[in-house]
Design a protein around this ligand. Structure first.
Ligand code: A2P
Length: 272
């Protein structure tokens, strides 16, 4: 089972990370501490989440070496354009208090503002200055990726997108494979919605594991990195415990059939 993925810039990224979307700053610290104790070595936050301070404190207080924890944060939609992007990055670094983040992502392309190509060039500069180890994007559609690659000649190492059995993103994953971009899934559990699907339940029972474990293992089998979110310690632990079983070809075929282009979040073209 894949536990670490190699990014196109040579950096290594854990395949299973811990997401803290919508976790309040005060709650993020204990949740991240539980996750790090359970063995997670990737924490995914964003300026939008308002919890970079709590996340940074939990990583610092964990006693782990900074180099052993992969920390991702993201640039919010109001900070597109070279100057705003640089300022937003500095603020995230200050709030995290961890030195250089491992990965900095453009959170959404915001096509209505049409600044994402210059924002991307700024992220590349920050990386070249050694301020951040790797740079990537989130919620980019094929056209947005084509644009920044044409404009800068640099391919993002990661595109983090909504992806789960109800939104399997086949076209995008094929493009990522062609360009060497790692696909990372946000809401890998469809915000919990896919966990009550009868097919997932059936497969889970047949392996003696939980529906969440089936869905997360399915992602890893597709070489998709995941950042399941939970504030429940037992679930946090369970979501990383994915090695003791294998999905069969038949299981994969049944899950492939669940694709229905159903988003829990916004369509990237519409987020302003
Ligand atoms: P909670 O945070 O209360 O534990 P996603 O990562 O797809 O956005 O899904 C997150 C949602 O799924 C949260 O509501 C979370 O609930 C729930 N969840 C996370 N892990 C599990 C699990 N192992 N079993 C059941 N529900 C889970």
């Amino acid at each position: 089972m894949t536990t670490t993925l190699t990014l196109s810039d040579g950096m290594r990224m854990p395949a299973v990370g811990f997401g803290v979307y919508k976790v309040a700053d005060e709650a993020a610290g204990p949740a991240v501490a539980t996750a790090l104790e359970a063995g997670y070595r990737l924490v995914d936050t964003a300026t939008l989440y308002g919890n970079e301070r709590g996340v940074g404190r939990a990583v610092r207080d964990s006693g782990l070496d900074r180099d052993d924890v992969f920390v991702t944060t993201k640039l919010w939609n109001d900070a597109h354009g070279p100057d705003a992007a640089r300022a937003a990055f500095e603020q995230s670094v200050e709030r995290l208090g961890l030195g250089a983040p491992d990965l900095y992502l453009i959170h959404w392309p915001v096509p209505s503002r049409d600044l994402y190509a210059s924002t991307w060039r700024t992220l590349i500069q920050l990386r070249d200055e050694g301020r951040v180890r790797s740079v990537g994007v989130s919620n980019f559609q094929p056209a947005h990726i084509a644009r920044i690659v044409d404009d800068s000649g640099e391919v993002p190492v990661v595109n983090q997108v909504e992806l789960h059995p109800y939104l399997q993103q086949r076209e995008l994953r094929a493009l990522h494979a062609e360009l060497g971009i790692i696909t990372q899934a946000w809401s890998p559990l469809g915000r919990g919605a896919v966990l009550t699907d009868p097919v997932i339940g059936d497969i889970a029972r047949s392996h003696g594991v939980s529906p969440a474990q089936v869905v997360l293992r399915w992602h890893l089998d597709l070489n998709v990195a995941v950042i399941p979110k939970s504030v429940t310690p037992a679930r946090i632990r369970q979501n990383r415990d994915l090695a003791g079983f294998e999905l069969s070809d038949d299981d994969h075929a049944r899950i492939a059939d669940l694709d229905r282009d159903e988003r829990t979040g916004s369509h990237p073209d519409l987020v302003a």
